[in-house]
Design a protein around this ligand. Structure first.
Ligand SMILES: Cc1cc2nc3c(=O)[nH]c(=O)nc-3n(C[C@H](O)[C@H](O)[C@H](O)COP(=O)(O)O)c2cc1C
Length: 397
């Protein structure tokens, strides 16, 4: 079973964490509790120590085992971090990346999934500051177990009560299971644009930001996959845990994919690869010396088409960014290249396509199934693509 780190912050609902700890232990997990200073004013650390059979830590300088740095060890040993209850203050500190106590320091140092069960007065929960922090944590992959509606300890009524214990325990179990379901599966992903040099200072590029491919890499990691991300030039930070190969041109991306393809189980081609490149890039910067300049372009290798030919048992997923007849073009691409799945979007649609944080994808499967998805964040789109690839894998094995 798993080692869970239960963070308890200074909410009146801190006593509920006793019940949550007990239920998680009952489900077979090892639970270690980390409390904020305020939480210790509401429930005694001794209560949690007795319930969990493990010492409770509060201060970063609590170093129970000599030679071990407690916050790093706890961060690394945790399979999952659950913060329940989470106060407005702790949510804000987590969103800002502060590390001013043991709980927030561990939250920064861990690579384990983080789940948060907020508990606060309705005015605090709906406050734009709190909601902005929640959004920013969600964008980084933190899962929120939504608070419920009810009457608070202070007498106010509204949204902000901590979720019920069974809901929290189920969310933990689901997230732990999800973290395992692509264990042992190697997912190879391409992301971003390619830059095709014209001369040493100019290139032909495109408007891909890389957000979709990076979100897919993050989603695959969250499902426990081993991830290789081959990325064109972007301003994004790759997700921790992915093996990253940086390239500039389509030819370099082709070579990198060819080299990594044999070792993968799933290949997801989310990069926007230039179809053509200048035939002869100039060795020096071209000066303005005439009214016209004709560039001769030659075709780049077809990455997806080439590797799909030797796909064997691998799942190969393509993307199609279209501006007209999106479905028809994507269906043709799926058939022509022998893909298992293609995710298509019309980049001219509002909210879809390059540089946006949202996308409206339609998934088309090799068996002809068409699954239109609503407009959703690229993170959610990424999850759906990973889920679809997982289903195809499961059906095959
Ligand atoms: C009795 C009591 C109950 C509280 N309950 C909550 C609560 O439910 N949610 C919340 O966000 N803050 C609550 N607070 C305020 C927090 O304890 C305060 O903002 C504190 O700075 C939180 O620190 P922490 O997040 O490090 O635990 C409560 C304070 C007191 C005295």
């Amino acid at each position: 079973m798993s080692t869970l780190l239960l963070g308890v912050s200074g909410s009146i609902a801190a006593y509920r964490a006793c019940d949550i700890a007990r239920e998680l232990i009952h489900a077979g997990h090892t639970v270690r509790v980390v409390m904020t200073r305020s939480a210790t004013r509401l429930v005694s650390p001794d209560t949690f120590a007795a319930l969990t059979g493990n010492p409770v830590v509060v201060d970063v300088f609590d170093e129970p085992e000599p030679g071990q740095i407690a916050h790093i060890r706890l961060a690394q040993e945790a399979d999952l971090v659950l913060i329940a209850p989470a106060t407005a203050h702790t949510i804000a500190r987590l969103a800002l990346g502060l590390a001013d106590d043991m709980l927030t320091t561990i939250a920064l140092a861990t690579r384990a999934p983080i789940l948060i069960a907020p508990a606060m007065n309705p005015a605090m929960w709906s406050h734009p500051a709190t909601q902005a922090h929640v959004q920013s944590l969600r964008a980084r992959g933190v899962v929120f177990i939504e608070p419920t509606y009810g009457v608070m300890a202070c007498g106010d009524e509204g949204w902000g009560k901590i979720a019920d214990t069974p809901v929290i325990v189920q969310a933990v179990q689901q997230r732990l299971q999800q973290a395992q379901d692509l264990k042992g599966v190697h997912v190879l992903i391409t992301a971003g644009p390619t830059y095709e040099p014209i001369d040493p200072v100019r290139f032909i590029g495109n408007r891909s930001s890389g957000k979709m491919g990076y979100a897919i890499a993050e989603a695959a990691l969250a499902h426990g996959a081993e991830v290789t991300l081959i990325t064109g030039p972007t301003s994004l930070t790759p997700p921790a845990g992915a093996k990253v190969v940086r390239v500039q041109t389509a030819q370099q991306m082709f070579d990198a994919v060819q080299a990594a393809f044999d070792a993968c189980d799933v290949f997801i081609a989310a990069a926007a690869v230039a179809d053509y490149r200048p035939e002869r890039p100039l060795p020096h910067k071209r000066k303005r010396n005439s009214q016209h300049w004709t560039l001769r372009l030659v075709a780049n290798p077809d990455i997806l088409g080439t590797v799909a030919q030797r796909k064997g048992n691998r799942i190969v997923v393509g993307f199609a960014a279209e501006t007209d007849k999106a479905l028809q073009h994507a269906q043709e691409k799926l058939k022509r290249k022998g893909l298992d799945l293609i995710a298509v979007n019309n980049v001219l649609e509002p909210g879809s396509g390059f540089e946006m944080d949202t996308n409206r994808l339609t998934l088309i499967y090799a068996d002809g199934r068409i699954e239109p998805l609503p407009l959703m964040s690229k993170r959610e789109c990424a999850n759906r693509v990973i889920q679809a690839a997982r289903e195809i894998l499961a059906r095959r094995s």
